[in-house]
Write a protein that binds this ligand. Sequence first.
Ligand SMILES: C[S@@+](CC[C@H](N)C(=O)[O-])C[C@H]1O[C@@H](n2cnc3c(N)ncnc32)[C@H](O)[C@@H]1O
Length: 337
Amino acid sequence: MSRNVLAVERWTTERTEPTGAVLRWFSVQPAPGGDMGGGRVTIRALVEEVAAALAPSAPGEARREAPRERREARREARDIIAALVDVPRLWSVTHADDAADHVLIARAHAAVERRRRGMPFEYAVGRAAFRHLTLEVDERVLIPRPETEPLVDLVLAATDGGRGLAIDIGTGSGAIALALASEGRFERVVGTDVSSDALLVAAANARRVDGSVARRVEFRQGAYLAPVQGLRARAIVSNPPYISYAEASSLPASVREWEPAVALLSGAGGLAATRAIVDGSAAILEPGGVLALEADSGRAAEAAAIVAADPRYAGVAVHTDLTGRDRFIMATRSTRS
Ligand SMILES: C[S@@+](CC[C@H](N)C(=O)[O-])C[C@H]1O[C@@H](n2cnc3c(N)ncnc32)[C@H](O)[C@@H]1O
């Protein structure tokens, strides 16, 4: 079998999309002594091509002398292809001699172009992992974070695996709502968001999960608890926006420039959304129902104090995330009104 050795060093075509974004496509050029295999591009060649576009080498640079950034580019190239095919990371190694189809090649090119513009990896490939789910993501929603994953465990543990209704306020991509619906035994899960754009992404993700799960999930648009007035919930969970306006400028550029501000910022002190959710949830939770909130690790004590100061809640506790930082506030709706 012939080995494809490709060098990709120059852009050939440029197109302006309706959104104004400029997409440049690079040509696949045989390297000296390389073999295009009659137009067949292997997965190995595609990895090399993507890696070269991510970290172009100096002319004549030998592969064994490749700097660390070239090795990292190759690792990222494997990650890009794995995400686009929806397979484990090392798939491109075990399938190196398989042919890459045109759709995959075009999607890899587009992902590389987005990465070169500084777009976060998950937006560039359009996918993010959350617990066992693979979710579609784009700039309309926050990229779900691994830090948030234990919040689902806390809700499932506090509700004995779930029953009745669970509500996810500020659902974004639908990550928490869909995880609760697929891992718990809730009869119904309602995800709400003030952003109708985010809810389009959440709805697309609901279509990706098993039909029996999707049938139990519903998304509603509106601020905080407004879309769920009149419901009685066993659990209300939220990863609300919790960055203060003053902190916005010190966020990493990949967050500040790409993720939606409405998903990040919450008033002068970063706790406006938390206050509104704590206040509004008491009227929706059934007695003994569970309130579960994510908070900024630097403000978890302050967030817990907001819940503790409200006599409608009992058993307020702060839980740590996977890095040992205070992150989650749990409480139950007391029987007092
Ligand atoms: C930190 S993101 C969390 C997204 C998702 N739950 C997750 O964990 O990946 C916060 C979400 O709250 C939504 N949001 C912001 N303000 C809101 C409001 N007033 N009412 C409802 N949702 C709001 C944002 O649109 C965003 O989707």
